[in-house]
Unconditional design. Structure first.
Length: 255
């Protein structure tokens, strides 16, 4: 953790990192500045909401706002989006010494409480619609990210982090989908979320187009890789060892 995907540096004191995980503009844009934002999803009526995400602390944690030059951290300009790297697993906070070049003691999160909250919010919204419970579960995740709590003298007023009140069922699902991307970034869940929502192929093709239009020319390989995604990638291949032992097993299409 942090060795392959981290803020690149060869400095052993900071903690060596190859920094091979690039940032996508589509993810950076999930943390909009204060103002209005339109929630857009296929076959769902768009909703215009007021946001104050300039205080969302996750953006500059997930997406490193600087790079290392020696031991110095140099801030990126506002236009340098594709230059940025995964900052979630930065090794400078590693306490175990010495810091090995090709391994770290950081544990990969299998299941976090925030994931449980967002799963429950999604299930509640799917069964009962955009209930206060569904929104409150998302609010718990967002209030932590914003480091804010309701005013104890007027808790009904909520906080700047809270889910907008005007979202219908489909729009709340869109909001939860974006929230999972913000909260669970780089934790190995996004592909499976998109497959579960039936949106994986569509999203990957849209990413390919966005990269072609907005990314530096040297980043084109990532866009070409996205275009290679097909229906076969919605399922994993059945291991050869299993099909050898049981000839009745039919391999998944495409594999």
């Amino acid at each position: 953790m942090g060795v392959t995907g981290g803020i690149p540096t060869g400095d052993p004191e900071i903690g060596y990192s190859y920094g091979i995980i690039q940032i996508l503009k589509s993810h950076y844009d999930l943390y909009p500045i204060s103002g209005t934002r339109t929630l857009v999803r296929t076959n769902v009526t768009p909703a215009t909401i007021t946001v104050e995400d300039s205080r969302d602390t996750r953006r500059d944690w997930n997406i490193a706002p600087f790079y290392y030059s020696g031991k110095d951290s140099i801030a990126y300009s506002k236009d340098q989006i594709y230059n940025r790297k995964n900052g979630k697993w930065r090794r400078i906070y590693q306490t175990a010494l010495p810091k090995n070049t090709n391994s770290s003691p950081a544990n990969f999160p299998i299941l976090r409480y925030a994931d449980v909250l967002l799963m429950l919010a999604e299930a509640e919204n799917a069964v009962n619609g955009p209930t206060p419970l569904a929104k409150e579960l998302v609010n718990q995740v967002r209030r932590r990210a914003y480091a804010v709590a309701p005013d104890p003298t007027n808790p009904a007023a909520g906080t700047i982090a809270d889910v907008p009140a005007n979202l219908d069922q489909d729009q709340l699902l869109t909001f939860i989908q974006d929230e999972r991307a913000r909260e669970l970034f780089s934790e190995g869940l996004r592909k499976f979320d998109l497959i579960r929502w039936g949106e994986y192929l569509e999203v990957m093709r849209a990413l390919s187009n966005q990269i072609a239009v907005s990314a530096p020319s040297g980043y084109g390989y990532a866009g070409r890789a996205a275009t290679n995604v097909t229906e076969k990638h919605l399922l994993l291949p059945i291991p050869t060892g299993e099909t050898t032992l049981n000839s009745a097993i039919v391999q998944n299409s495409g594999w």
